[in-house]
Design a protein around this ligand. Structure first.
Ligand SMILES: [Zn+2]
Ligand SMILES: [Zn+2]
Length: 253
């Protein structure tokens, strides 16, 4: 895991330096501050609350179904995990209470490696983990989960950038930076495309795929929304949602 963290720091530094030298810095101070604040909170929460898929068997006393050992099992988990993430991500754009948790990830107006770490803080109350829960009964071991999270995080980081061109035949199978720019397009909102994390085949299969046009997507963020600091990014949509519900309840009382 430390190796992945070191690789991430090197990649982010290289991206910042090269883009700055090219005269179009990928990082601004304001955006970087907000990303780091959101990432710090999300990591602290993840550390305190281990992923549901790992602790669920202990609570549920489920007999794990035997899965292939070693890398074959990790590969299978990566495919199955990506399938569940496709649906949880799609739901995060379709249902408002899940969007309230996911909006933070879309708050960035620049796409860079670091922006992949911009994660919301409320996945737990939003129930986003429910989609991964079925995997808990499949009996993958801890090292396979670590490998899966590592692959997932690494790939997520790679696809968050504004500079990578299309990647030829890889575009058929894998999620690429081009696909993920389409996902983050400011105008997309609830009608977003390309929800998969690693395998774009899910979007192709389930009708949510959209290729990037000749002109690269260059405007990111959330339509009609500016983010006023880390708490607004993490809780702003919840506040609007709950205030709206409260007002409707009062009006009908
Ligand atoms: Zn999204
Ligand atoms: Zn993203």
């Amino acid at each position: 895991m430390w190796l992945i963290a070191l690789g991430a720091v090197i990649a982010i530094t290289a991206e910042a330096f090269v883009s700055w030298r090219a005269g179009r810095p990928a990082y601004t101070l304001r955006e970087t501050e907000l990303t780091l604040a959101l990432a710090a909170g999300a990591f602290a929460l993840a550390y305190m609350l281990p992923p549901a898929a790992q602790w669920a068997p202990r609570f549920l006393h489920v007999t794990p179904i035997a899965m292939p050992k070693g890398w074959q099992g990790a590969a299978l988990l990566t495919i199955l995990g990506d399938f569940t993430l496709y649906w949880s991500h799609r739901a995060s754009h379709a249902f408002r209470w899940q969007w309230a948790a996911h909006e933070a990830h879309h708050s960035s107006e620049r796409l860079n490696f670091l922006a992949s770490l911009r994660q919301g803080w409320t996945d737990l109350p939003a129930g986003i983990w429910l989609y991964t829960l079925p995997l808990a009964v499949l009996g993958f071991d801890a090292s396979q989960w670590v490998a899966y999270y590592g692959i997932n995080l690494g790939w997520q980081m790679f696809v968050h950038n504004e500079w990578a061109p299309r990647l030829g035949p890889l575009e058929w199978i894998l999620v690429t930076p081009s696909h993920h720019r389409v996902h983050h397009a400011r105008a997309a909102g609830p009608n977003a495309h390309n929800f998969a994390n690693i395998f774009i085949v899910w979007d192709r299969l389930f009708g949510t795929f959209q290729a990037e046009g000749e002109k690269r997507v260059a405007v990111f963020g959330v339509e009609n929304r500016t983010f006023d600091g880390v708490f607004d990014a993490a809780f702003g949509e919840w506040r609007k949602l709950l205030t709206g519900l409260w007002q409707r309840a009062r009006a009908s009382a």
